[in-house]
Design a protein around this ligand. Sequence first.
Ligand code: ATP
Ligand code: MG
Ligand code: FE
Length: 346
Amino acid sequence: PLVLGIETSCDETGIGIVRGHTLLADALASSVDQHARFGGVVPEVASRAHLEAIVPTMQRALDEAKVTLADIDAIAVTSGPGLAGALLVGVAAAKGYALAADKPVYGVNHLAAHVAVDTLEHGPLPEPAIAMLVSGGHSSLLLVDDLTNGVTPLGATIDDAAGEAFDKVARLLGLGFPGGPIIDRTAREGDPASIAFPRGLTAPKDLAAHRFDFSFSGLKTAVARWVEARERAGEPVPIADVSASFQEAVCDVLTAKAIEACRTNGVQTLVIGGGVAANSRLRVLAEERAAKHGIEVRVPRPALCTDNGAMVAALGSRLVAAGVAPSRLDLPADSAMPLTAVSVAG
Ligand code: ATP
Ligand code: MG
Ligand code: FE
């Protein structure tokens, strides 16, 4: 099927077009620069930017794919989770286009779309698979038997998301926003073994109740304390070493628990999605550790890891192929859409 996907859950206006597993267009407009001086995404600013960008982005996507709206078989749109006002712009646009062109519309889960996008790069996902979703708002391990049917959560962060930790640590190091890509770059010049930062929820007593859960807020505090102590002593802060050691602590825990989830469930495939999946160290460490256990790691290219329209189209394409019923035209923008709902029932 030829499916168009619309993404507006946060600060990226994304419209992607796929045919089956083939990516035909991925148009993106970002308001990230407008949020930088606030150190985080400002919901009102994001909503307004989506409104301005949605129609031109639609045109760019159709041009890039060399198709018209009439050629499209179905429209998929992020229904949630995300910022309510931002989601509303995408959902309203999807309804408008669906109504005007008489197309079925699928309201889909943004997090499931972060998992589905890998199919555009590596083809059909072998199932069952373990999916590790690591983004600005979420960090979860999921068992995926059939992505079009739902996922089984195995664990999640009990405080900060992995991306949030990157953003907060970058901020306290004065590196700018969003922090993930900057820390990734800065860490290349540093020694990941120079500072022993804590690995959250890995002690035997924590593992009993939180085997597949994560915690990153203690790590962030440990970094803050370490930097403060340096400053109090009047010594320079080795930014690259702090970045590399922090990044190592995050990637160590994420990959260890992901591999453990695969082994416990007898699963051979680990797919990683979400903005933090773009992290270069995470990709290398996951590969290294998975190889020891004969587990295949699938991570899409960095541009597909962060928010985009292609991921929504990719999930929509799978739903259409699986014969899942489209959503009704009154589908909601659901800022708290649970991970267990892959699409809005028709
Ligand atoms: P969610 O998907 O949970 O709703 P979101 O859509 O805001 O949240 P994404 O766009 O998927 O999140 O990811 C953004 C996050 O990814 C940010 O926290 C950013 O710092 C982080 N990130 C992006 N690139 C990298 C990288 N190379 N290394 C580490 N983190 C990164
Ligand atoms: Mg973003
Ligand atoms: Fe996202």
